[in-house]
Design a protein around this ligand. Structure first.
Ligand SMILES: O=C(O)CCC(=O)C(=O)O
Ligand SMILES: [Fe+2]
Length: 321
């Protein structure tokens, strides 16, 4: 499927799942079990959902959007200091174009990618941005950790099982801020090629300008209809840990709107030194064979970068069946 295929509208009988976070954290026992069941269904059937009532103040999100806009509107020279190098550099500012590649199929965006957990990194400008980002990622991390507990329960484990197995106390969390300039600033194709994210779960908040699409039954579906909601996507290590039950979600971005699109994206993964393979407890419960080779998360990241450059997926390396 090419990245130019137009997205299909949602079928009314097959809506994107909506999960109410407040019922997960402060619902009655019955509400909690229902929402855990719904999370399991969403992860298995769709591989993504919209998260509402997440409790993160809108003012904080808005300030983050404004600060991000200010960051990307600094001059090229000012941003040079934060230019990307290796995949594990704590601060990486770059564009969607790859040096030494003719880039003919690529789509334009600028991004700032920060490692924010276990240690927090952020550019020292614009003024106050780092403090703001630090509060923002604490909030999104809390939400992500609660969601992982829900996922853990949905797989039939106790809430803390995935957290403990995957060493989430020192889990690797990124804040990736994507900036797709307005048509006035850039009149080429803006977006991001189809891909899956590493880690367990990605939380994504957009500034009201649509563009995110996910694959559903072989068709691209727009993900932008629910206001003040996070899009939550299963990522590669969710698929590996669940032995393929909760598939990593293929997504892309195509910006048609003339306005600037900004997204705040948080991939949340295990600790970098954790070796992740299919959960042995799950294999035993389901009496099934492992479908992925275990691999240290940090090595996976290196493979992923290399394989992506070669037009492949990291799963090509570790998929067993
Ligand atoms: O900005 C978007 O719409 C998607 C971003 C994304 O998929 C990513 O940063 O991994
Ligand atoms: Fe992504």
């Amino acid at each position: 499927m090419s990245s130019n295929d137009a997205p299909t509208s949602l079928e009314p009988q097959d809506p994107i799942p909506i999960i109410d976070y407040s019922l997960l954290t402060s619902g009655t026992v019955d509400e909690h079990s229902k929402v855990v069941q719904d999370i399991g269904k969403a992860c298995e059937d769709w591989g993504c959902f919209m998260l509402v009532n997440h409790g993160i103040p809108y003012t904080l999100i808005k300030e983050m959007m404004d600060g991000s806009n200010e960051f990307f509107n600094m001059t090229k020279d000012e941003k040079l200091e934060f230019e990307a190098h290796g995949v594990l550099d704590p601060i990486r500012c770059s564009t969607g174009f790859i040096p030494n590649n003719n880039n003919k199929d690529l789509l334009w965006r600028e991004y700032l990618r920060l490692i924010v957990h276990p240690d927090f990194h952020c550019p020292h400008k614009p003024l106050g941005f780092s403090e703001l980002a630090s509060v923002y990622v604490k909030n999104t991390r809390t939400v992500a950790m609660e969601l992982v507990k829900g996922v853990s329960e949905s797989l039939g484990f106790e809430a803390s099982y995935m957290h403990d197995q995957l060493n989430l106390d020192s889990g690797f969390q990124l804040l990736a801020i994507n900036y797709y300039p307005s048509l006035m600033e850039f009149d080429g194709a803006r977006g991001l090629m189809p891909h899956t994210d590493h880690g367990l779960l990605t939380l994504l908040y957009e500034n009201g300008v649509p563009g995110l699409e996910v694959i559903r039954k072989g068709k691209w579906i727009g993900m932008s209809d629910v206001s003040n909601a996070f899009a939550v996507l299963n990522s590669d290590h969710m698929e590996i840990f669940s032995n393929g039950k909760y598939k990593s979600k293929l997504h892309r971005t195509v910006v048609k709107d003339e306005r600037t699109r900004i997204t705040l994206v948080n991939p949340n993964g295990p600790s970098l030194d954790t070796t992740v393979g299919p959960s042995s407890r799950l294999l035993k419960n389901d009496n099934s064979l492992p479908r992925y080779l275990p691999l240290k998360y940090s090595e996976y990241l290196e493979w992923q970068t290399e394989l992506t450059m070669a037009g492949k997926h990291a799963f090509d390396k570790i998929r067993l069946v």
